[in-house]
Design a protein around this ligand. Structure first.
Ligand code: HEM
Length: 550
C-alpha cells in the first residue's frame, strides 16, 4: 500500500489543522479566563481587549511609546489605577498598575522574576547572563561584583573624566550655536553619554563625539532595528533583514568589547601589583581571577580567560554601555526642552549655577574638577532632573506573576492571583497619577517640598533590581547642565520637521508630520527607540547667550 496516498495525506493535513485549532482555542480560552474577572476596557471573547486597545492606539501619534498607551486606556474607559489588558495572541495578558503599594508588593516586598519579554528585548543589547534580565545566582554574582563600580566615592573620582567628555560636547554645541543650524539633539547627547559610560565602565575612549566608532555605530543601528516586542509596529516583525542586521551588529559589538577585555586582561597579567580598579571591566576580571585562583588554590598568573566567563563579561559590559547611555541621553534632551519652555525655572537653575560655580560658565568645568562635591549642592538642578524623569521616564520594570503569588488592591483588599500575568508598573502612569496634585505640570519645586508624597516616583525602579547606575545618571546630567545651561539658549524646532536640513541628516528619524502630533499638549512626546526617547530626536536650534563668556 502507498504510504503517501492522497487520502492519507489529506487525513494527515486535516489532523494537523484540527490539532492546531484546538491548541489555539485552548490557549485563547486560557488567556481569556485570566482576564475574565479583572477590571479592564470593554472585552470580547474572541479579541480580548485588542479592539478597545486598537481604538485608543489609533488616536495616538503613530510611533508613540507603548508605555503611554495604558494611561490613555485608563482615561478613555474611566478605569481605576490598576487593570488588565488581554492582548493575546499579540502579547501576554498584562496587569497594569499605577499604584505604588501594588508595585511595592512585587518589586520590593517580593522581587518577582523579570518577564521573559525583558530577556527578549535585551538579547540584542546584552546577551546571555546580562544583569538586566539575569536571575538567581548569575544575577547575584554580577550585581555584587559590579556594585563597587557605582559607589559614591568611585563615581566622584570619575567626575573629572566626565567633565572632559562634556567639554567636547560644549564645543560641538558652540559650533551649532555659531552656525545657527537646525539639528537633532538626541544623536548628540547619545554620543556624549556613550563616551562617558565607556570611560566609566571600560576605562576606554570611544571618541564617538568627534569621530566614527564601530561599537557606537553598531549600538545605534541595533536601536533602530529594535528587538521584537518593544514596538507595536507590525511591519517591523516581517522585515526579513532584521535578524541578519541584529546578528551582524551583535558580532561587531562583541568583537569590539572582546578586544578591549582581552587587552585589559593581558595588562592585568603583566602588572605584578594586581592594581585594584573599580571600572566594571576590572571588577569582572577580579571576580574571575578570584574564582579561578580560589578553585585551584594557586597564586600563580592565569594565562587564559575561560570562554564562558569571557562571553558573560562581554554580555555585561555591553549591557552597561547600552543601559548607561540610552536612558540618560533622552533625559538631557528633555531637561533642555522643559527649561526652555519655563523661563522662570531656567532663570532659577542659572542663578544656582552662578552662586555655586561663579558667574562665568567657563569656570564651571574647572570648579567641578577641583571639587566634585560641589555637585551635591545643586539642589534646584537635582529637582529639575527629577521632575524631567517624572514626566518623561525612559524605562519601567516588567515582571512575571507566578503560581500562588497574590498581589492586592490597597483600597479594597482584593487579592489578584498573578500566575501567567505580565506585571507592569508603568512609570508614566505612576508619575502622572492624581497623587501628584498637578500631574501633567512641570514643577521642579515639588521635589524641594518635604511634604510632597513621592511614593509613586520610580524612574529607577525599586527594590533589589533597582537601577545600579542611578547615581551616575544624576551626576552626569548635573555636570552637563552645569556646563551648558548658562551658555546657550535652546529652542525645540518641531515646526521645521520638513526642512531639508533634517531630512538629509542620516539620523534615521522618519520626519513624520502626518496625523496626531502631540501628547498631553507636548510635541516632544516619547517614542520607543531602545528605551523611550523624544520624538524625532528633538530637533532644535541653539543660540549663544548674549554677554556670557565661556
Ligand atoms: C536616567 C537614566 C536611567 C534611568 C531612567 C534608568 C532606569 C532603570 C530602570 C527603570 C531599571 C529597572 C529595569 C528592570 O527592572 O527591568 C534599570 C536597571 C538597570 N540600569 Fe538603569 N537607568 C538609567 C541609567 C543607567 C545607567 C547610567 C546605567 C549604567 C551604569 C544603568 C544600568 C542599569 C542596569 C545594569 C540595570 C539592571 C540592574 C539589575 O537588575 O540589577 N542605568 N534602570
Amino acid at each position: 500500500m502507498d504510504v503517501l496516498s492522497p487520502q492519507r495525506l489529506s487525513w494527515a493535513i486535516g489532523v494537523v489543522i484540527v490539532t492546531g485549532l484546538l491548541e489555539f482555542w485552548r490557549r485563547l480560552h486560557y488567556h481569556r479566563s485570566l482576564s475574565k474577572n479583572l477590571p479592564g476596557p470593554p472585552r470580547s471573547y474572541l479579541f480580548g481587549h485588542l479592539i478597545s486597545m486598537g481604538k485608543i492606539v489609533a488616536k495616538q501619534p503613530k510611533s508613540a511609546a507603548p508605555q503611554t498607551y495604558s494611561m490613555h486606556v485608563k482615561e478613555a474607559y474611566g478605569l481605576g489605577d490598576w487593570f488588565c489588558l488581554d492582548v493575546w495572541p499579540l502579547g501576554p495578558t498584562i496587569l497594569v498598575t499605577f499604584l505604588p503599594e501594588m508595585m511595592h508588593e512585587f518589586t520590593v516586598k517580593y522581587s518577582a522574576l523579570k518577564h521573559p519579554a525583558v530577556a527578549e528585548f535585551m538579547e540584542n543589547f546584552g546577551g546571555e547572563g546580562n544583569l538586566v534580565s539575569a536571575e538567581g545566582a548569575t544575577w547575584k554574582k554580577w550585581r555584587s561584583a559590579f556594585n563597587p563600580g557605582f559607589s559614591a566615592s568611585h563615581l566622584m573620582a570619575m567626575v573629572p573624566a566626565l567633565v572632559d567628555q562634556c567639554a567636547i560636547f560644549c564645543k560641538l554645541m558652540d559650533d551649532h550655536a555659531k552656525k545657527g543650524d537646525l539639528f537633532r539633539m538626541e544623536p548628540a547627547t547619545t554620543r556624549l553619554t556613550v563616551d562617558i559610560i565607556a570611560k566609566v565602565v571600560m576605562d576606554h575612549d570611544l571618541n564617538s563625539q568627534t569621530s566614527s566608532n564601530d561599537l557606537v555605530n553598531a549600538f545605534i543601528s541595533q536601536t533602530r532595528w529594535q528587538a521584537i516586542g518593544a514596538q507595536f509596529q507590525p511591519s517591523e516583525l516581517i522585515d526579513f533583514r532584521r535578524p541578519f542586521v541584529q546578528r551582524w551588529n551583535n558580532y561587531r559589538m562583541n568583537r569590539y568589547i572582546g578586544r578591549v577585555l582581552d587587552e585589559r586582561f593581558a595588562d592585568r597579567q603583566r602588572q605584578s601589583d594586581g592594581k585594584q580598579q573599580k571600572h566594571v571591566i576590572d571588577l569582572a576580571l577580579t571576580t574571575y581571577l578570584k574564582e579561578v585562583k580560589g578553585a585551584t588554590g594557586s597564586n600563580s598568573k592565569v594565562d587564559k580567560m575561560d570562554p564562558d566567563f569571557r562571553a558573560g563579561a562581554i554580555a555585561n559590559i555591553k549591557t552597561f554601555v547600552f543601559a548607561g547611555h540610552d536612558t540618560t541621553s533622552s533625559t538631557i534632551c528633555y531637561c533642555y526642552n522643559y527649561l526652555s519652555k519655563n523661563p522662570n525655572m531656567l532663570a532659577k537653575i542659572r542663578a544656582e549655577h552662578d552662586s555655586i560655580f561663579g558667574s562665568g560658565p567657563a569656570a564651571a568645568a574647572q570648579a567641578i574638577k577641583d571639587d566634585a562635591r560641589l555637585l551635591n549642592r545643586l539642589e534646584y538642578t537635582t529637582a529639575v532632573i527629577k521632575e524631567v524623569l517624572r514626566l518623561q521616564p525612559p524605562a519601567s520594570s516588567i515582571r512575571v506573576g507566578e503560581e500562588g503569588f497574590f498581589i492586592h488592591d490597597p483600597t479594597t483588599g482584593q487579592a489578584i492571583h498573578t500566575k501567567d500575568l505580565m506585571l507592569w508598573p508603568v512609570d508614566v502612569g505612576l508619575h502622572r497619577s492624581p497623587l501628584w496634585g498637578d500631574p501633567h505640570i512641570f514643577r521642579p519645586e515639588r521635589f524641594l517640598d518635604p511634604s510632597t508624597n513621592t511614593s509613586a516616583y520610580v524612574p529607577f525602579s525599586k527594590g533589589p533590581r533597582n537601577c545600579i547606575g542611578q547615581e551616575l545618571a544624576m551626576i552626569e546630567t548635573k555636570v552637563i547642565l552645569a556646563m551648558t545651561v548658562r551658555s546657550f539658549d535652546f529652542e525645540a524646532a518641531y515646526k521645521e520637521l520638513c526642512s531639508q536640513e533634517l531630512r538629509g541628516d542620516g539620523s534615521g528619524y522618519p520626519g513624520d508630520v502626518e496625523g496626531v502630533q502631540e501628547m498631553w499638549g507636548d510635541e516632544a512626546y516619547q517614542i520607543q527607540l531602545g528605551t523611550a526617547k523624544p520624538r524625532e530626536g528633538m530637533p532644535c536650534r541653539l543660540r549663544r547667550r548674549k554677554g556670557v563668556v565661556g
